[in-house]
Write a protein that binds this ligand. Structure first.
Ligand SMILES: Nc1ncnc2c1ncn2[C@@H]1O[C@H](COP(=O)(O)OP(=O)(O)OP(=O)(O)O)[C@@H](O)[C@H]1O
Ligand SMILES: [Mg+2]
Length: 346
């Protein structure tokens, strides 16, 4: 068992409130990602869970133990949490084995047990061939795995990962995603993962919590975050989206250029229609909106277009094989296969 419950957590630095009334329960074995722009408070939340920072108000529990509240504070070394920090730190003067063994030595674990546990962890993070190497002789991804191994070696109940892949190139990031997921499954731990990379969040998480300026915008499955964003911030932060202002009445929305679209929903007044570029189909005729193609870029798998619908320019990402079927400046019809209608100021 290893759940984390945060209740009404607030954090102020001086007069600045960086976390506002954060209440979430992270379940046993859950992979949670905190996602949001730089400065929104992701690291601050991790540091409070780990015990490096005290909340200004609110309570944190790990399982049924209060680790942080007005009258209670359990220090980091007694929380049984593994953490990999934003800028990964492996000790440059220690080889791989000693880096990973360090937390066990601090706890005076007997030598034979240290060897066994370190070798098991090194196998899990695919570093067995590098036991004697110094960090300077390792690639960035291998160093990252040393940090991960060191965080795991004490059998933590909870693993906190703060942008652990940010220093790696795109290919390595992708393969490390799978390795982290594999390690999580193997050790059955609860993971709180921080990133500002939305693809990473989508690929790894059971649940994504989108934050903006210290406040939760949505806490949901990756699919719901993408397909059913609760507001424009979430829709915009996760994936690409076109926003088109319009006026709604009687199940119909009228766009600035005068074109109209019927939809199911009875909003009245100013609205914003959100449509992802890949959810727009281009047709020769017979679609809902008429437009003119301004640009198209052949990117191999997709045809990335800009279409003017009269007063608004939409990005359309069509399959690659549509390239050349529509000519620049020519007429095109658009269908919105999936879209969202937001109240204007939401
Ligand atoms: N020790 C501190 N004193 C004062 N302000 C701080 C302190 N630590 C963080 N902050 C502020 O709190 C806010 C949240 O910081 P935090 O490090 O949690 O952001 P983050 O979401 O992790 O951002 P990034 O993606 O850039 O790492 C920021 O505005 C930051 O400037
Ligand atoms: Mg951070």
């Amino acid at each position: 068992m290893s759940s984390i419950t945060l209740t009404n957590i607030t954090k102020n630095y001086g007069s600045v409130q960086v976390i506002r009334d954060f209440s979430e329960k992270f379940n046993d074995h859950e992979f949670i990602t905190l996602l949001g722009p730089s400065g929104c408070g992701k690291t601050t939340i991790l540091r409070m869970i780990a015990g490096f920072e005290r909340p200004t108000a609110g309570e944190i529990m790990i399982d049924d133990v209060v680790v942080s509240s007005a009258g209670n504070f359990v220090p980091p070394n007694l929380r049984n949490i593994g953490m990999v920090f934003q800028s990964y730190a492996v000790w440059p003067h220690m080889n791989v084995f000693d880096n990973v063994a360090y937390p066990l030595k601090m706890k005076h674990v007997p030598r034979p047990e240290i060897t066994e546990r370190v070798m098991n962890i090194l196998e899990a993070v695919h570093l067995s061939p590098y036991v004697q190497r110094m960090p300077a002789e390792l690639s960035g991804g291998q160093q990252q795995r040393v940090a991960l191994g060191r965080a795991l070696v004490s059998n933590p109940k909870v693993l906190l990962l703060d942008e652990p892949l940010s220093n790696l190139d795109a290919k390595l990031r992708e393969s490390m995603r799978f390795e982290i997921k594999e390690v999580q499954g193997r050790f059955g731990i609860t993971v709180v993962y921080v990133t500002h990379d939305q693809t990473e969040a989508m690929a790894m998480s059971d649940r994504v919590i989108v934050l903006d300026r210290g406040e939760v915008q949505q806490s949901d499955t990756p699919m719901n975050i993408y397909r059913r964003p609760e507001n424009q911030f979430v829709a915009d932060f996760v994936g690409k989206i076109n926003f088109i202002g319009g006026v709604s009445s009687g199940g119909q929305v009228e766009f600035p250029g005068g074109q109209k679209m019927t939809y199911t929903g009875g909003k009245t007044g100013a609205v914003v229609v959100g449509v992802r570029p890949e959810n727009i189909t281009m047709r020769q005729d017979g679609g809902v909106l008429r437009g003119k193609i301004l640009q198209q870029y052949y990117l191999g798998d997709v045809n990335d277009c800009r279409v003017d619908i009269g007063g608004e320019i939409l990005r359309v990402i069509a399959p690659g094989n549509t390239y050349g079927k529509f000519s620049i400046g020519g007429e095109v019809w658009l269908d919105f296969d999936e879209y969202l209608v937001f109240d204007e100021n939401h």
